[in-house]
Design a protein around this ligand. Structure first.
Ligand code: GUN
Ligand code: ZN
Length: 433
């Protein structure tokens, strides 16, 4: 047993069943465990099959302070939404009748233009942060809009409600369909610099800026270069969209004729780094996936959106075979649901659909998808050294799940162990608050 040789004070102790992923094991179930959290929120110890009295003496806490999980309860890591448009939450669940490029022009850009109004922004951003937290999203990678002050407000709200977040002020200097919703290239640069500086100045422990070119069709080549430079000079995260729909891939070919592929557009502008996460990637070729692997860039798989606006189906198995980091995203409001449990279910549905089309396709297991929603998301956001599973020294970031609550959606039967309970939760579970 490790000794308490640090000066850390133990602030919380949980005892019971913990479920998490490791790089080697998609689902590891730790039964009869005790986990201590220090007063800085870091995991101080995890002990299995140990006598609680001796653990309490070593770590200096009272056994009466232990939070004992029930028979039908477990702790799991908080879920990670690697791609969500906070600004589109106001119309989530509607407007799913057009393909991507028309959908953007008809619904998205006119709504996003409204975030100049900080009262509107405050209402929607408060609701989206609270709603995603209620659904178990403890980490979110957000797109806001082009408006710096509203984007700063989103960061403030994530901090206030206790969500870990990357927040992106959207950059776009091309928009012929809705010309009032864009900035000039110089405004983009000045405002991105201001956004980064002001957000970092707040010193929120868990909220950081992410450089956010909307996607290649919305950005001039020189803006893309400038954003690559800003991100690389400041070692910041980068997020954008890539190869979501076939129409978009064709458009990018015409806009960037000198580039070999859509991936090459971002590569040439220094936007593919080991802190980059690109949403969708449904139509990437194997050659492009190799570039993702070489640069350490990640993909956010957004299955609800891919189906809802008929963009395509990402073959996650093929992405994983290329050893490309991958997390799940809701992509609200192209995806109609803000729930990561929905993203898990839609990921499994898409994988099974690919198997129906090609029986050789190796369907994802629920265990693998659980990992993608937790540790995989943290890897995709390059946060896995900080959180994502239960490892001593990492931030404690967890959901306490009880699958047997009155009027809940799950029934259990004799002999069902924690693995079955986890599977039922992923497929049938709901959050009640
Ligand atoms: N591509 C560029 N912008 C967007 C957006 O807001 N949503 C989706 N799904 N794709 C995009
Ligand atoms: Zn998106």
């Amino acid at each position: 047993m490790r000794q308490n040789d640090s000066t850390a004070r133990i602030a919380h102790v949980f005892s019971g069943t913990f479920v998490h992923s490791t790089p080697q094991t998609a689902v590891e179930i730790l039964e009869n465990c005790v986990l201590g959290v220090d007063d800085e929120g870091k995991i101080a110890f995890i002990e299995k099959d140990k006598d609680l009295v001796s653990v309490s003496k070593i770590w200096g806490f009272e056994t009466s302070d232990i939070k004992q999980l029930g028979q039908n309860e477990f702790l799991m890591p908080g879920m990670v939404d690697t791609h969500i448009h906070a600004s589109q939450y106001s119309y989530s669940g509607t407007a799913l009748d057009l393909p991507l490029l028309e959908w953007l022009n008809t619904y998205t850009f006119p709504v996003e233009a409204k975030y100049k109004d900080l009262d509107f922004a405050n209402d929607v951003y408060t609701k989206v942060v609270r709603r995603t937290l209620k659904n178990g999203t403890t980490t979110a990678c957000y797109f806001a809009t082009i408006h710096t002050d509203a984007s700063l407000l989103l960061g403030e709200l994530a901090d206030k409600f206790g969500q870990r977040a990357l927040v992106g002020k959207v950059c776009m200097d091309c928009n012929s369909a809705v010309p009032q919703y864009k900035e000039s290239q110089s405004e983009c640069k000045v405002e991105t610099d201001r956004f980064i500086k002001e957000l970092l100045k707040k010193k929120y422990p868990n909220v950081k800026p992410v450089v956010t070119p909307r996607f290649a069709p919305s950005c001039s080549a020189s803006l893309l270069s400038e954003l690559g430079e800003i991100a690389n000079n400041n070692k910041l995260h980068i997020q954008s969209h890539i190869s979501e729909s076939k129409g978009e891939v064709e458009l990018v070919k015409t806009l960037f004729p000198g580039c070999k592929s859509y991936t090459d557009v971002y590569l040439k502008h220094n936007l593919l780094t080991d802190r980059t996460v690109m949403a969708h990637g449904c139509h990437l070729t194997d050659e492009e996936l190799e570039i993702f692997h070489e640069t350490g860039s990640a993909i956010s798989h957004c299955p609800n959106s891919n189906i809802s606006i008929c963009s395509g189906m990402l073959n996650v198995r093929n992405v994983l075979k290329h050893k490309v980091k991958l997390g799940l995203g809701t992509d609200v409001a192209g995806g109609y649901s803000p729930s990561m449990l929905d993203a898990i279910r839609r990921t499994l549905d898409t994988s099974k659909t690919l198997t129906i089309q090609d029986p050789q396709h190796q369907t994802l297991t629920f265990e693998e998808v659980f990992r993608l929603a937790t540790l995989g998301g943290c890897e995709a956001l390059s946060m896995d050294e900080q959180t994502g599973n239960f490892v001593v020294g990492k931030d404690f970031d967890a959901l306490r799940v009880n699958v047997c609550v009155p009027d809940g959606p799950i029934d259990l039967f004799p002999g069902e162990g924690p693995k079955v309970i986890l599977e039922k939760f992923l497929n049938l579970g709901k959050f009640f608050f």
